[in-house]
Design a protein around this ligand. Structure first.
Ligand SMILES: [Zn+2]
Length: 323
């Protein structure tokens, strides 16, 4: 599959303002526009105004529009003149995030496909994806964050990438210590910020776990703790999931039992938690409104009728993804 990208590039006389530096990208940064403009309007506004703020792509429910060449940097990450986000990452803005709804969901679905293609073209894996928040703490992509769906969006990009035959997620290179916490041994030329990024840990966490006051002073051979909790070692064997046949929906009284638990467990494995944050992520065996909502979110992400009713099509899609 290809996605036609319309180019509405900023004129070169505005390079000094919008994209002054040559760039060899290393990451892709996901944003929400926090307004309700179309991709065309988002890009024409950006290229036409006299602010420095800039981004490479805007994606809405219909199209992808490019405003900045990919070999030049854009100012979108808020991490400063020499920040990695601003200087090394491709910015993708997802439109219509302010009001959300069907238009936004369609824009997000197109962005997921488009980002997977960007990864595929570069031979990159899902580890190259960042959210704006990772660079400077800004609450962006706001809608994805407020709906607690960042893991889910990343998983959808990874699934799409796999479908395209792209690079699979790398096996974690973290080594398990006796206590179960992951560690990293500092090598020559390492910088703490890079170690943090590569291992998906924040700088602040790394400094706190290892009592590092000045991030410029790390020694070759130093063993850094990456996690403070005992992590569950994965042995590389995927758990298998059983899914019930038949139709499940919200009924009065609620349908309950092992079959519902199986649906909930499978959804949670795909990051569609019935109730993230609740005890056992809401896997309680009751087909209530939270489970129906998780089913609905799943269905809308995969182009199924989003009615919150679990049936043969939803079952088939979940099974295909968990295979
Ligand atoms: Zn942003």
């Amino acid at each position: 599959m290809t996605i036609a990208v319309k180019k509405r590039l900023v004129p070169s006389e505005k390079y000094a303002l919008k994209c002054p530096n040559p760039m060899t990208p290393e990451y892709i940064t996901i944003h929400n526009t926090a307004n309700d403009a179309s991709a065309a309007n988002e890009i024409s506004y950006m290229t036409g105004n006299s602010e420095s703020t800039s981004y490479h792509f805007a994606v809405d429910d219909k199209e992808v529009i490019q405003g900045i060449p990919l070999n030049r940097n854009a100012w979108h990450s808020g991490d400063g003149t020499n920040g990695t986000g601003n200087r090394k990452s491709i910015a993708v803005e997802i439109c219509y995030s302010k009001s959300g709804g069907a238009r936004y969901r369609a824009a997000e679905a197109l962005a997921i496909k488009f980002v997977a293609l960007l990864l595929k073209e570069r031979g990159w894996g899902i580890d190259k994806i960042r959210k704006h928040q990772d660079w400077n703490g800004k609450y962006c992509p706001h809608r994805i964050l407020s709906e607690g769906r960042w893991d889910q969006v990343k998983a959808a990009i990874a699934a799409e990438l796999e479908r395209l035959g792209g690079k699979k997620a790398p096996k974690p290179s973290k080594t398990e210590t006796k206590t179960g916490g992951a560690t990293y041994t500092v090598k020559k030329g390492d910088a703490l910020s890079v170690i943090a990024q590569k291992n998906d840990v924040s700088m602040a966490t790394l400094q706190r776990l290892n009592g590092i006051k000045n991030p410029n002073f790390i020694k070759v051979g130093q063993v850094l703790k990456l996690t403070d909790s005992v992590s569950t070692p994965t042995k590389g064997k995927k758990p298998s999931y059983t899914l019930p046949s038949g139709i499940f929906k919200v009924t009065s009284p609620l349908t309950k039992g092992t079959a519902v638990k199986q649906i909930q467990t499978a959804l949670a494995a795909l990051y569609y938690y019935p109730d993230k944050g609740a005890k056992n992520n809401g896997i309680d065996g009751y087909y209530g409104s939270k489970t129906a909502n998780a089913v609905k979110r799943f269905q809308s992400m995969y182009g199924l009728a989003a009615d919150g009713i679990y049936g043969p099509k939803t079952k088939a899609k979940i099974e295909a993804l968990l295979k």
